[in-house]
Each structure stands twice: as structure tokens, then as C-alpha cells.
Design a protein around this ligand. Structure first.
Ligand code: BTN
Length: 315
């Protein structure tokens, strides 16, 4: 009826099986797609099928391998791609981290992705975009795997997503790098790049102490397409609230609910004037509020200026 030969069907089924689709074959009957639960098929179709956004992730470009998805986004911006264009990769060969570091990006079941934004924002509020992204990843982690016994997700200010198992130390499972391009002193393009350790089980010695993955923290294999889509579904809603107010006020309660620095002693690594204090929350600009040890007024710490370390460890 479909004018397709048996061999052509067989070839396509083999391709789907290679991609990880659980397909059963019965002689003289045909093929059947089995339950997709517990699978981790990571491709464009699987992600797009789970997106409920109107602009975030549209279009979505999927790559098995690339240099850096942040660089891909700037190249696409120069070609005229729209606000919301998303590049997702299964592996990066030149992944970039914050402060000029490398983001190790092996093909071990992780997510590397960057979105193109062409926002109409005042330049001084753009650092908050990273905080909007962190909140979205945290909410997606909670919605996809928040029911995992013993696992607690959190946000380490400003934009690291961390997890703790059975009350143990928090370790990092997601990092975010926001970059901006200017033209004639106006923002021409912004990319928010997000790297998530999802089904990775082993880490390079230099990061092993503080790194973890979703699967190590939850004890389950995670469907990357579902996690990716959930992140952008949350992001689009959070972004609307952020743009409407041009600040973080509407998102602050949700962010603070996940903020693991709250009430903890922190070192503020300000190159001009480092100090130690207790983190008490964030303000409407997404800055960390720290009560310095020994008294004095509460200080608001901007994410661009300094980094914050826990006095007793990473958080
Ligand atoms: C950090 O240092 O914590 C930020 C890491 C950001 C890594 C992501 S992976 C996707 C995107 N492309 C890059 O080259 N970097 C970001």
C-alpha cells in the first residue's frame, strides 16, 4: 500500500534501533515500538516533541558534535537567525567555562546547549539572565527528578545547579556561561550556554571532588530530551516575568527556595576587598545579600564582580 519494500522498512528500523528506540520484531508480523520509559534517545525530534514553548527553542538545531554551542549561536546570529534559536549538542570539542576555563564536554550522556536572545533590555540588567536560566534549570530538575529519594537539588548563587545525596555535600551538575555581542553600543546578541552532567558516571580528576551528574545523584538514567524540553518550558515563562519587570522581583521567591547558600558562611572572593559573612538571600537585581562577620551593613554582591565559596567547602 505504501509502495515501500521490506528491505527499505528493515533498513529504517535498523537505523531507529541504532538511535536507541526499543523495537521488537516478530517474524511474519512486523515491528512494534516498546515502552519508551527509561530510554535516553537524544535527538531533535524527541526534544521538539516535548516543547510547549512559543519561541524558546524555535528553531532547534541539534548536533552530535560541535566546538562550542555558544560560538555556534553567535555564528547563527550573524546569519540572521531569530530570538529563541537553540543549539543543542551531544558533545563539544572546545567547550568554554566561566573565567576563561574549559568546560570538559565528553559524549557521556550529557547536554550542551545555548540559546540566542536578542532582547530589548537595558545592558545593566542582562547579568540577571544567567540567574533566570539557573532558576529554570533548578525548576526542571525538580519537575523531572525531584521525587528521587535522598536527592536534593539546589542553586549555588549565582548560577551553579548542585545536588546532595542523603544530606551529603552539594556537588555541581550544571554550569551556565552567558556571553554578549555589542554593535554600536547596543546589544546585538546574547547567548546563554548551559552544560549539564546528566548520565555521566566518571569525572576527570581535576573536577571529581566537586562534580556530579543527575544520574549519580538520583540513581536513575535520565531522559535528556525530557530534561532539555522542561528547562526551556520553564525558561520561557520565567523570561516573560523578568522582561515585564526588568528585574528579578517576581522570580525571587522561587529562586530563594532553591538557594543553598542561604544561612551559610561564605567567603566573598572580591579581589579588591575579600571578606567573610553569612548569605541571607538575594535582592531584586539577583545580587547575593551577605551580612559581613563582625557587623556593618548588609552587602549586595553582583555576579560579574566576585565569586563566592562556602567557608567549609564548595557551598
Ligand atoms: C561554568 O564554568 O560553570 C559554565 C560552563 C558553561 C558550559 C556550557 S556547555 C554549553 C555552552 N557552550 C560552551 O562552550 N559553554 C557553555
Amino acid at each position: 500500500m505504501l509502495r515501500v519494500s521490506r528491505t527499505a522498512v528493515w533498513k529504517n528500523i535498523q537505523k531507529l534501533k541504532e538511535e536507541g528506540y526499543p523495537i521488537e520484531a516478530v517474524t511474519n508480523k512486523g515491528y512494534r515500538l516498546l515502552s519508551m520509559e527509561e530510554t535516553d534517545i537524544f535527538n531533535r525530534e524527541q526534544i521538539v516533541g516535548k516543547l510547549s514553548t512559543s519561541w524558546a527553542g524555535r528553531p532547534l538545531i541539534f548536533k552530535e558534535e560541535t566546538g562550542s554551542t555558544n560560538d555556534d549561536v553567535f555564528a547563527l546570529a550573524a546569519e540572521g537567525c531569530p530570538h529563541g534559536t537553540l543549539v543543542v549538542a551531544a558533545r563539544q570539542t572546545a567547550g568554554k567555562g566561566r573565567r576563561g576555563r574549559t568546560w570538559i564536554s565528553p559524549q557521556e550522556g550529557n547536554i550542551y546547549m545555548s540559546i540566542l536572545l536578542k532582547p530589548d533590555l537595558r545592558p545593566e540588567v542582562t547579568p540577571m539572565l544567567t540567574v533566570v536560566m539557573a532558576l529554570s534549570v533548578y525548576q526542571a530538575a525538580e519537575s523531572i527528578c525531584g521525587d528521587s529519594a535522598g536527592c536534593r537539588f539546589g542553586i549555588k548563587w549565582p548560577n551553579d545547579i548542585v545536588a546532595s545525596v542523603d544530606g551529603g555535600a552539594y556537588r555541581k551538575l550544571c554550569g551556565i556561561l552567558t556571553e554578549m555581542r555589542m554593535e554600536d553600543s547596543e546589544i546585538s546578541a546574547i547567548t546563554i550556554g548551559t552544560g549539564l552532567n546528566v548520565n555521566q558516571t566518571e569525572f576527570a580528576p581535576e573536577i571529581a571532588e566537586n562534580a556530579t551528574s543527575f544520574s549519580l545523584s538520583t540513581g536513575k538514567k535520565i531522559n535528556r530530551a525530557a530534561l532539555t524540553a522542561a528547562i526551556w518550558n520553564h525558561f520561557e515563562k520565567n523570561y516573560a516575568l523578568f522582561v515585564q519587570n526588568q528585574d528579578f522581583s517576581a522570580l525571587r521567591p522561587a529562586y530563594e527556595a532553591g538557594l543553598v547558600n542561604c544561612g551559610k558562611s561564605v567567603h566573598v572572593l572580591d579581589p579588591r576587598e575579600p571578606f567573610t559573612g553569612t548569605a541571607i538571600g538575594i535582592n531584586d537585581l539577583g545580587e547575593l545579600l551577605v551580612q559581613p562577620d563582625g557587623g556593618g551593613p548588609v552587602r549586595a554582591i553582583g555576579s560579574g564582580e566576585v565569586s563566592v565559596r562556602g567557608v567549609k567547602g564548595y557551598v
